[in-house]
Design a protein around this ligand. Structure first.
Ligand code: GLN
Length: 422
């Protein structure tokens, strides 16, 4: 059988292809010379599978899509405190190249607009790096996200540098507020080199999938960023990634995303997939016209909006029954699925409402595939309270989802690998 996904991607590409609306990024001459007809889309799953259609191996410059990844590097290299002291996390509702800083502090509002991204570039790597070493830190980091060594397009970089007056103005303002402490032109040059890194839609989908996979590249297995950093980056992408179109995007598409003026667009859906599209013509916000249409289709066709409410947790208690009879009877709460706070609350309620008359009670995790920290702590507290009520408590846990269970003060539990073993 042929997979349905490439066929679906082909069909959606055909649907948006006739739309020739929008303009190439005219303010960078090399980008204005790009082939406007290019069109491609890639899905990369969090376990490393890749599906693509159209121009997925054409190289183009990453531009602003580098911003969330460089933000991740800065957070990982310097820590949250020093980075947040210099770059905020508030949506600006302004254009990407707006010359605006937070009144009073002079901090850029967020790391997705140029002011914030120029500052973030200066925060990647340790403070004592030379400008060239900092660029290398960034290119190396972006490469790890992509899972292959990326390189800078010198022609695009030179072309942008010749017209970088606006970014230079922003950097000088940042310097005058003490947000930047280095030479502003060197920082802008480094930032423009960062924007000139060449990628394909395939690379961008892997980079997005690395974010969707909690910071671990699904193919190489390399942890590129710590989990708290990834959460921060995805949050900022969802509120600020699409600049002054962020609200429209959040409501209509609902996938943390980032666009670039060479026509790339990425979306990272936590725990599911990374998506990348490539089509160079841009709308007035600097976002790819056909890219935005593609994401609207993907989101509505496949229910990818992050605010789509998942099925309720009630199904976590698969059954509540008694095995055996007389004094050796055991009350079994058979649990299933993935358990987080709401699921654990359902289990607590089941235990309270049942008030088991049997002396022996078992929580059966055989059909549970994941349990998060809070749910684990809540189940152990159920174990402790059942013990204090005089029950003998068992945990049926063949996969060791709760290794070395410690139900705390007064709690006791016997771990077995199947119900028959009790
Ligand atoms: N290098 C571009 C700039 O600084 C990036 C802008 C973008 O992709 N939105 O203007």
């Amino acid at each position: 059988m042929r997979s349905v996904i490439p066929d679906y991607l082909d069909e959606v590409l055909r649907h948006v292809e006739p739309d020739t609306g929008g303009e190439l990024a005219g303010y960078i001459p090399e980008l204005a010379a790009a082939d406007p007809e290019r069109l491609g889309a890639v899905f990369a799953t969090v376990d490393g599978e890749l599906y693509g259609a159209g121009d997925i191996d054409t190289e183009f410059t990453i531009q602003s899509i580098s911003k969330p990844f460089t933000y991740a590097l800065a957070l990982a290299d310097r820590g949250f405190g020093p980075v947040l002291a210099k770059v905020g996390v508030e949506p600006s509702g302004e254009a990407f190249n707006q010359i605006s800083l937070e009144p009073g502090t002079g901090r850029p509002l967020n790391p997705m607009i140029n002011a914030g991204a120029i500052t973030t570039h200066a925060l990647a790597g340790s403070a004592d790096l030379s400008p060239a070493e900092r660029v290398e830190r960034v290119v190396h980091g972006l490469s790890e996200f992509a899972g292959r060594r990326l390189r800078v397009d010198d022609a695009v970089c030179a072309s942008e540098m010749e017209h970088a007056h606006r970014n230079l103005a922003i950097a000088h303002m940042l310097r005058s507020h003490g947000i930047l402490t280095e030479d502003p032109s060197a920082v802008v040059e480094g930032y423009v080199r960062q924007c000139s890194v060449l990628v394909t839609a395939r690379d961008l989908a892997m980079m997005a999938a690395t974010l969707a996979n909690r910071g671990v590249n699904p193919r190489s297995g390399v942890r590129v960023a710590p989990e708290p950093v990834v959460r921060q980056v995805l949050s900022v992408m969802s509120t600020c990634g699409m600049y002054d179109a962020a609200g429209d995007w959040a409501t209509q598409v609902g996938i943390p995303a980032k666009s670039g003026v060479a026509g790339g667009l990425i979306g990272a859906l936590p725990g599911q997939i990374g998506i990348a599209t490539f089509s160079p013509r841009l709308d007035r916000h600097g976002n790819s016209v056909r890219g935005v249409s593609l994401f609207e289709r993907f989101s509505s066709d496949m229910g990818l909006h992050v605010m789509e409410v998942p099925a309720a947790a009630r199904a976590v208690v698969r059954s509540n029954h008694v095995v055996g009879a007389g004094p050796s009877a055991i009350r079994v709460l058979q649990l299933q699925g993935g358990i987080r706070f709401a699921g654990a609350e359902r289990i607590v309620r089941e235990a309270v409402d049942t008030a088991p008359p049997e002396a022996r009670v078992a929580l059966d995790l055989t059909m549970v595939y994941s349990i998060d920290d809070v749910a684990r702590r809540m189940l152990l507290e159920v174990v402790r309270r059942l013990t204090l009520d005089g029950h003998e408590v068992y945990l049926v846990d063949p996969e060791s989802l709760i290794p070395d269970p410690d139900p705390g003060d007064g709690g006791q539990v016997t771990v077995v690998s199947d119900v028959a073993a009790m």
